[in-house]
Ligand binder design. Structure first.
Ligand code: FE
Ligand code: FE
Length: 162
C-alpha cells in the first residue's frame, strides 16, 4: 500500500507544481510574442526567467526530500493553459486581446500562489524549514507577478478611459 500521509501528499503536490512550471515555461514564450504592449511583453519575459529559476528551486526541494524530480500531470494547469490558448484565439485582433491575455495569465498565477502557499505550509508542518524557505521565494515571485499584471491591466484600462 502506498503511503497516504502528509509527506506523501507534499510530494504529490510538489510533482504537480513541477509539472505546472514545466508547462508554463513552454507556454510563456507564446504569451511574450502575443503581448502587444512593451510593459506586458517585458513582464512575461521577466517571468519566463523567474519560471526557469523556480524549476531549479523545485529540483532543490526534491533533493532535500531525497527524491528524484518527477511530474504528475495536473488537470488544473492543463485546463488553465487551454483556456489561455482559447482566449488568445477568440480575442485575436480585438481591442480586448490584451485584457484577455492578462486575465488568463493571472488565473495561472493564482493557481501557482495556491500551490506554493499550501506547499510552504506543509513544509513547515513536516519540519523541513529549508524547503519552506525555498518555496516561499517562488511564492513571492508569483505574488509580485500577479500584482504587476494587475497594474498593467489597470493602467491600460485607465489609458482607454481617457
Ligand atoms: Fe511559476
Ligand atoms: Fe508564475
Amino acid at each position: 500500500m502506498p503511503e497516504k500521509n502528509l509527506e506523501a501528499l507534499f510530494l504529490h503536490h510538489l510533482k504537480d507544481i513541477y509539472f505546472a512550471e514545466l508547462q508554463i515555461a513552454q507556454t510563456l514564450p507564446t504569451m511574450v510574442s502575443a503581448a502587444e504592449s512593451p510593459e506586458l511583453r517585458s513582464a512575461f519575459e521577466t517571468h519566463l526567467r523567474e519560471t526557469q529559476g523556480q524549476i531549479g528551486r523545485l529540483e532543490q526541494v526534491f533533493d532535500i526530500l531525497g527524491a528524484k524530480p518527477a511530474s504528475v500531470p495536473g488537470e488544473g494547469i492543463l485546463g488553465l493553459i487551454r483556456e489561455a490558448d482559447a482566449a488568445m484565439r477568440l480575442f485575436a485582433g480585438g481591442e480586448a486581446f490584451e485584457a484577455a491575455l492578462i486575465a488568463a495569465a493571472q488565473s495561472i498565477e493564482h493557481y501557482e500562489i495556491a500551490r506554493y502557499g499550501t506547499l510552504r505550509a506543509w513544509a513547515e508542518q513536516l519540519g523541513i524549514p529549508e524547503a519552506a524557505e525555498i518555496l516561499e521565494e517562488s511564492l513571492d515571485e508569483e505574488t509580485d507577478t500577479d500584482e504587476i499584471l494587475s497594474e498593467i491591466a489597470e493602467g491600460a484600462v485607465n489609458r482607454e478611459a481617457v
